[in-house]
Design a binder for this molecule. Structure first.
Ligand code: NDP
Ligand code: AKG
Ligand code: MG
Length: 743
């Protein structure tokens, strides 16, 4: 028997999910306490992570705990039970904005240096590098990924389908990717036959060897090396722009500068330099003096030139304008505000942006605010090809129908920083021509590439234990769901061929009787899955880390309208569990709406689903029967909430996130009061169920009355908790009713 108080750790993140937390967490705590469960809150927000990195510069009162570090340690505890909400993976411009906000609030944290020269700047740069990009998920995801649409959600969508843009056979939209010179075409892969430390080296043309990194590897670990040619990349961008110019198809770029935080900003920067070629050719030197970095997007260029005399600014702005005249039309992030696809590297994130385009008849928005056919440029061909398959499929068969389509859950290889998403500390932008090579402990060259200045070289690691667990998880999921499972492994990829050998071997460790398990190339796998999906059949995708990310937005966005409605579980290798809420992001647009009209359209369905699994697992692992009852009743409450149409609406004045939380509490309390497994628990919740039902009209009126005017949060990245609490808990009746139960 455990003496520790059973605990669920909830996470405080950023933007919309963080706002929703202010309303939902008090409810969760009220219910969980009935089963003796403590729900603690760990701050892993961008602002919190920055403050935690500079304790010596803050006063005692300003210091915050390092929530991410603590949670990272907790992942190794078999009792770990973490509910992880989406957080900001900050691009450089977002990081700078957050730093500026904190400084303005009186926190003496350093600027993010443009170029670190002094020791102090180097120390700041080093600390910020750990906060940049996708910095939370890789620490917490100490297990593989199990994401799926729960049956109740799927049933709800079948009844109340979201809109899907129709596809025309004549659509000219397509995916465009490199046909050589990219990571795909240069990938090499080896599996370690023993524990050893390998050396990543660069040999210049004069034969001098520079040690880039020493890498300790384990037996059975798969190591890949690959590079992208800067010349080929720029030539490719130019060709895509020419093609769009000739054909009149709109141009767009889709990368993942947040998760691929080292390589993709560089790719993005090349696109900026090619699109605005004349500007960079003419003002290159001036830009260097100003410290302009195209990798941070055109917005940072526009910011930087503000220090110049007005006449020079006008000249540069004219040159930028001229580019718009002779370049093809570019997709817009916000046509009203003139924000283009190349303004900020984190505005268009491929996992969400491609499915959004596919859902929208294959179109994006142009400068005039109209929808247009689009060339979706995704330089790296490895995974881009799957999007062309989807486009082909939709052009032939029309848009998928959410009322009849099947589902494609995912089992993703993610543990121990698997594959590309763990490659940042092994990614190098080369400063001269030469050879990149990996040398083993005996001095044998394991792989090598001839590279040129500007090329991006990277190594990826995948641990054997992670692969073995992934295979087990796939077999378990196939067994539990009685659904065919497809391992997406491409015979044309060196890495996948290494994986395939392991998959075939590890499958033998399981009872496969009656299971339908396949191994297919990406194109085959996506066609197979789509053909089944169209006929209403389900197919589990068992994929590597990048496809996990891409497919768990692609299919949910088509099936459910948003990946926020997914169940996303990370069974940790150490035995604990992390329950992620949804599979998408932190919805910055929702915060904007809340600030403008005090309406939060964020749907916490992902949180409800995650909480139910978290409670259920806690119930099983800690032998807590009440936790299991809470979980069962929560699932029923969620179903009722869906059936009764109590999800947030998009329009101010109507039920929003806060109102949906009220209905969840009402239904949850009613379910608990009605259950017969535990009479004391039923009696405990009966008064709450009664009081909430009696006050329904009053509470909803109080929640809706505040809407329509702007809401003050006193911050964006680092909000004022008291101000947010006031905004997110505006119903005195609801607050008092909940508080009465605790007493
Ligand atoms: N797990 C994580 O921690 C993840 C974090 N991110 C981070 O999130 C940020 C934004 O990413 P972005 O790619 O724009 O994607 P988002 O998923 O945040 O937003 C895309 C759109 O999806 C819809 N949406 C998403 N979640 C919900 C929800 N719970 N309820 C209702 N609608 C929802 C919204 O549509 P509409 O506006 O039409 O209502 C939203 O604008 C970035 O900083 C990124 O780094 C991204 C992915 C995962
Ligand atoms: O960590 C991130 O930045 C995003 C994670 C993500 O998109 C995913 O896991 O689906
Ligand atoms: Mg994703």
């Amino acid at each position: 028997m455990t003496t520790k108080v059973p605990t669920i750790v909830y996470t405080l993140t950023d933007e919309a999910p963080a706002l929703a937390t202010y309303s939902l967490l008090p409810i969760v705590r009220t219910f969980a306490s009935a089963a003796g469960i403590k729900v603690t809150l760990s701050d892993i927000s961008l602002a919190g992570r920055i403050l935690a990195a500079f304790p010596e510069r803050l006063s005692e009162a300003q210091r915050v705990a390092d929530g991410l570090n603590e949670l990272g340690e907790l992942t190794q505890d078999p009792h770990a039970n973490i509910i992880k909400l989406p957080n900001i993976s900050a691009s450089v411009p977002q990081l700078r904005a957050c730093v500026a906000e904190l400084q303005a609030q009186g926190f003496d944290i350093p600027d993010l240096p443009e170029e670190a020269k002094t020791d102090e700047e180097k120390s700041a740069a080093e600390r910020y590098s750990k906060i940049l990009g996708s910095a939370v998920n890789p620490v917490l995801r100490q297990g593989n990924s199990d994401r799926r649409a729960p049956a109740a959600v799927k049933a709800f969508v079948r009844k109340y389908p979201h809109s899907m843009g129709a596809w025309s056979k004549a659509s000219r939209s397509h995916a465009d990717y490199m046909n050589g010179g990219d990571f795909f075409s240069s990938e090499q892969s080896v599996t370690m036959d023993k524990d050893q430390t390998v050396r990543i080296e660069f040999v210049n043309k004069a034969g001098q060897v520079e040690l880039k990194k020493e890498l300790p590897l384990q037996t059975g670990e798969v190591l890949d090396g690959m590079f992208m040619s800067a010349k080929a990349l720029e030539a490719f961008f130019e060709q895509t722009l020419q093609d769009c110019k000739e054909t009149g198809v709109m141009w767009s770029l889709h990368v993942k500068a947040t998760m691929m935080k080292v390589s993709h900003p560089i790719v993005f920067g090349h696109a900026v330099k090619v699109f605005y070629r004349e500007v960079f050719e003419k003002y290159g030197e001036l830009f260097d003096e100003l410290g302009v970095n195209p990798n941070n997007g055109m917005n940072s260029v526009l910011e930087k030139i503000k220090t110049l005399p007005q006449s020079t600014q006008d000249e540069i702005e004219q040159a930028i304008h001229d580019c718009y005249e002779h370049r093809p039309e570019m997709a817009m992030v916000d046509s009203v505000k003139g924000i283009t696809n190349l303004h900020v590297p984190s505005d268009v994130i491929v996992d969400a942006s491609m499915p959004a385009m596919i859902r929208n008849s294959g179109q994006m928005w142009g400068r005039d605010g109209k929808q247009k056919d689009t060339k979706a440029v995704m330089p790296e061909s490895t995974y881009a090809r799957i999007y062309q398959e989807v486009i082909n499929f939709c052009k032939t068969n029309g848009a998928f129908d959410p009322r009849t389509m099947g589902t494609v859950p995912n089992v993703g290889l993610m543990a121990m920083k698997a594959e590309e998403y763990g490659s940042h500390d092994k990614t190098f932008e080369l400063t001269e021509d030469g050879t990149m090579r990996v040398v083993d402990a005996n001095g044998q060259v394991l792989m090598q590439h001839d590279v040129e200045k500007g090329d991006i070289w990277r190594a990826c690691q995948t641990k054997d234990a992670a692969i073995r667990d992934w295979v087990k998880l796939a077999v378990t999921r196939a067994r539990h769901s009685a659904t065919p499972a497809v391992f997406w492994l491409d015979a044309d990829r060196a890495h996948d061929n290494e994986l395939k050998k392991k998959v075939e071997a590890y499958l033998q460790e399981h009872d496969l009787t009656g299971l339908d398990i396949h191994i297919m190339s990406y194109n085959e796998a996506i066609r197979f899955s789509m053909e089944r999906m169209m006929r209403g059949l389900d197919t589990i995708s068992v994929t590597g880390n990048v496809l996990r990310d891409y497919l768990t937005d692609l299919f949910p966005i088509m099936e459910l309208g948003t990946s926020a409605k997914m169940l996303s579980i990370v069974p940790m290798l150490a035995g604990g569990g992390m329950y992620e809420t949804g599979a998408g992001g932190s919805a910055p647009k929702h915060v904007q709406q809340l600030m403008e009209e005090n309406h939060l359209r964020w749907d916490s369905l992902g949180e409800f689903l995650a909480l139910a699994v978290s409670l259920e697992e806690l119930g099983i692992k800690e032998g807590n029967a009440r936790a299991k009852i809470l979980a069962k009743c929560l699932d029923k409450a969620t179903e009722l909430l869906l059936d009764n149409g109590k999800s947030p609406s998009r329009k101010a004045g109507e039920l929003d996130n806060r109102g949906s939380h009220f209905y969840l509490s009402l239904y949850w309390a009613q379910q608990l009061a009605a259950q017969t497994d535990d009479a004391d628990l039923a009696a405990h919740f009966a008064p709450l169920a009664k009081a909430l039902a009696e006050n329904e009209q009053q509470i909803v009126a109080e929640l809706n009355a505040v809407q329509g005017q702007s809401a003050g949060l006193n911050g964006y990245y680092h909000v004022d908790p008291a101000a947010v609490e006031k905004v997110m808990r505006p119903s005195t009746t609801l607050n008092q009713t909940l508080a009465a139960l605790k007493g």
